[in-house]
Structure formats: structure tokens, C-alpha cells
Write a protein that binds this ligand. Structure first.
Ligand SMILES: [Zn+2]
Length: 323
């Protein structure tokens, strides 16, 4: 994987420059594999968008868990790329299974700092409790996808990268130069994938072809599945996450129009990708989101382990998420 990944990293600018065609999207695989949670509860009524509170000065501020070259084996973490200002975008990796789940925090930087904090707490959890990485799973966590924005603090400017671009308006599905955040215009970049942070994530996704991706945002409070154009969303994953975490699942993001969204681009490629909006701007909401990650692992691990000696372990670990 590393050679392939490193090669891809080196090739990424070249690929972007010559707009090399991306492999065609894989077919949406919502019907394949066991769906452990099949209940289709009525979708909740969509509430009006919550007012954003002014960030409190005593709110938790993430302290980035930056890998060092001595504390852990090399393969615990790796660099996805660099930000505009040269900060490394780190990824942590747990397990070496065939099913890859990717968790991404902080694409909106310090403005949604609690998503960075949550992602770091998940990193810490799986470092301390490696048994919670289930057999058959490779779990990759990118705590801070927009490190320049995280550095800029919790005001609106912390949402954007160092060039002022909203990194979740910079992807290739329904990209528009008229991007907005609610009524407010935001800069989507001069073209799709114009920003190094977006390119780094895109290269990684193309390289590993993940089975599921979650992007953490705040603070609408809900689960939304990516879908590009008329493509159906992978509703099974939205329902599974909602069931495990307690956040309501909405079939679509209705609050305001979003263009160039990362989860929609992944969906276009056949990758189930969720936006998980935390309820608050201040709390990491760790317990409920750990349940969500465990449920997603159980979903994928279940199919590969049904006949193996790990099956009983899996049944015990996953019982809370499958009953
Ligand atoms: Zn966001």
C-alpha cells in the first residue's frame, strides 16, 4: 500500500495538472453485504436550522495529536499531504483488514473545532483499545483535514484554508463558483480540486477506495448521506449511524444548498459517505460517535467473519449494535 500511496502522492500534482480521468465510479453497492440494521423508521421532520451560538472562549480547543517519529511505529500514521501553509495533513491507521473505513474531522477547521477534538479522541481511543478495531477492518482517521483553518481559530475565518477557500465547496460534484454558506457567499476556489488539502484527500480516496467514509461537521445535529445529482444515497449507512448514535437521519441536506461537497463526490464514485453533523459547536460528542464507528465496523466485519473463529468475539462486541 505504501509504495502505491507514495507514488500517488508524488503524482498528485501531475494528475491534477493534466486532469487525468478518474476511474469510473464503482456501482453503488447498497444491496451487497449484510445490513445489520434494517429498520426503516419514519424520517424525522426537518427542523429549522439552529442558530449558531457565538463560540465560547472556554470551549474545548483541540490539541492536535501530531505524530512523532519516535513514539510509534511508522505504520501507525502517515502524511496525506500538506496545506497551503505547509502544515502536514496526518492520517492515523488502525488494523490491516480488507474493509477500509475513513473518518475525517476538521474539513471546516477551527470553525468546527469540536470535530477535530472528536477525531483526536477517536485516535486516542483506538490507540489505547486496539481490540476495538475489529478483525477485517482497516480504520483510518484524519483528525484535521484543514490544519491552516484549525490554526486560525474558532471564528468564521477558521472555516477556510489559508487562501480563504471553503474546502467543502471545492470538490467535483456540482461544483459552482457561486458557492454559499446559507446566504453568505463563500470562496469555492477557482475550480474543483484547486486546493492542496482537497487534492491530498482525493488522492488518498482514489488510492484506497474506502468502503465507507464519515465527515464530521458541526452543528446541525444529524446524519446526511452524500449523493450526487439523482444518484440514490446509501441510505443503509445513514440509518445504521442514526440507530447507533442517536442523531436523526435525514435523507438529504435540506438546510441550504451545498455545492462541491466531499461526501457527494465520493457518492458519485460509489463510496458510501456520510456527513455527521454534531449537535453542538463545543462538545466532541465522543460516546455517541464511538458507537457509530463501532456499528459501522460491525456491519463490514460481519460478512467476512461469519465462518471464522472470530465470529463469537464479533457477536459479543457487536451485540449492542445489532439488537
Ligand atoms: Zn462543516
Amino acid at each position: 500500500m505504501w509504495l502505491r500511496f507514495l507514488t500517488l502522492l508524488m503524482l498528485a500534482p501531475l494528475l491534477a495538472a493534466c486532469a487525468s480521468p478518474i476511474a469510473p465510479p464503482r456501482p453503488v453497492s447498497a444491496a451487497s453485504g449484510p445490513v445489520l440494521i434494517t429498520a426503516t423508521a419514519d424520517l424525522p421532520t426537518i427542523a429549522p436550522p439552529p442558530e449558531r451560538s457565538t463560540p465560547q472562549s472556554d470551549a474545548p480547543v483541540p490539541t492536535l495529536i501530531l505524530p512523532t517519529l519516535t513514539a510509534f511505529p511508522d505504520d501507525d500514521f502517515f502524511a496525506l499531504g500538506q496545506s497551503v501553509e505547509g502544515r502536514t495533513i496526518w492520517a492515523w491507521q488502525f488494523g490491516e483488514g480488507e474493509r477500509t473505513i475513513v473518518l475525517v474531522g476538521g474539513i471546516h477547521g477551527g470553525y468546527e473545532a469540536n470535530t477535530v477534538l472528536l477525531s483526536e479522541m477517536l485516535v486516542e481511543h483506538f490507540r489505547r483499545s486496539p481490540e476495538d478495531v475489529l478483525p477485517g477492518i482497516r480504520l483510518v482517521i484524519v483528525p484535521s483535514a484543514n490544519p491552516d483553518g484549525t490554526e486560525r481559530g474558532r471564528g468564521l475565518e477558521g472555516r477556510f484554508n489559508a487562501r480563504g477557500v471553503d474546502l467543502n465547496r471545492n470538490w467535483g460534484c456540482e461544483w459552482s463558483e457561486e458557492a454559499t454558506l446559507r446566504e453568505r457567499p463563500v470562496d469555492p476556489g477557482p475550480r474543483p480540486f484547486s486546493e492542496p488539502e482537497t487534492l491530498a484527500l482525493r488522492s488518498f480516496f482514489i488510492s484506497v477506495e474506502p468502503d465507507a467514509v464519515i465527515f464530521y461537521h458541526s452543528a446541525v445535529g444529524g446524519v446526511f448521506m452524500g449523493a450526487c445529482g439523482n444518484e440514490p444515497a446509501a441510505g443503509w449507512m445513514g440509518r445504521l449511524l442514526a440507530e447507533a448514535t442517536g442523531y436523526p437521519y435525514y435523507r438529504e441536506f435540506h438546510y441550504y444548498e451545498v455545492t462541491g461537497d466531499a461526501s457527494n463526490w465520493l457518492a458519485e464514485r460509489g463510496v458510501p459517505a456520510a456527513i455527521l453533523e454534531l449537535y453542538s459547536q463545543d462538545e466532541p460528542e465522543f460516546d455517541e460517535n464511538l458507537r457509530g464507528v463501532m456499528a459501522l465496523q460491525c456491519h463490514f466485519a460481519g460478512s467476512s467473519l461469519a465462518r471464522s473463529s472470530d465470529a463469537s468475539v464479533l457477536r459479543r462486541v457487536c451485540a449492542p449494535y445489532t439488537e
